[in-house]
Ligand binder design. Structure first.
Ligand code: K1U
Ligand code: ZN
Length: 172
């Protein structure tokens, strides 16, 4: 397993639309393992392959992290089959948009299909943080960041904050 570098906005690679995975083979399983290691190292609850510069429809997630306990979920080729009209608001963060947290409203309940690490097709009904995080990560696979859901003013404040942090890092 290897740690991968997480891209930070406004890196243009975060805007690419990921391709379907044709077959869950050894190469994809190695990618999944690297993503899981990278997610835990970064202290995230989710990670999409696009965030490490790989344009494939792969997501890893663990929203129930407790000390010493790891239960990573894997979603290959995830697809939303149904979303509720009712919305739920969660405060979201993103490893590719560091140190910015904002409330985002998304469908409260979802039904999704995906393939697991074994390549088998599965369906899932979710609400709460799982539904929110899965929508956030599927957005990454379509080149969308959570700040794209904010008002123009809030998004430009967030982008300015990111640019300032980048400048400070370069001069340090
Ligand atoms: O996509 C990502 O970058 C992962 C992102 C997922 C997410 C978080 C919150 C709502 C929706 C989606 C993160 O994991 S941000 C980091 C994070 O959640 C966290 C970091 C430190 C302590 C507690 C939480
Ligand atoms: Zn994110």
């Amino acid at each position: 397993m290897a740690l991968r570098t997480i891209l930070v906005a406004p890196d243009p690679r975060l805007k690419q639309v990921a391709h379907d995975v044709a077959k869950v083979d050894g190469e994809i399983r190695r990618l999944i393992d690297d993503m899981i290691e990278t997610m835990y190292e970064a202290k995230g609850i989710g990670l999409a392959a696009v965030q490490i510069g790989v344009a494939k429809r792969v997501i890893v997630m663990d929203i129930e992290q407790k000390e010493g306990e790891r239960n990573p979920r894997v979603f290959v080729n995830p697809k939303l089959l149904w979303v509720s009209e009712e919305l739920a608001t969660f405060e979201e963060g993103c490893l590719s948009v560091p140190d910015i947290w904002e409330e985002v409203a998304r469908p409260a309940r979802i039904r999704a299909e995906y393939q697991g690490r074994d390549g088998k097709k599965q369906t899932l009904e979710a609400d709460g943080l799982l539904a929110d995080c899965l929508q956030h990560e599927i957005d990454h696979l379509d080149g969308v960041l959570f700040i794209d859901h904010l008002s123009r003013l809030k998004r430009s404040i967030a982008l300015r904050k990111l640019a300032k942090a980048k400048k400070l890092k370069e001069t340090a």
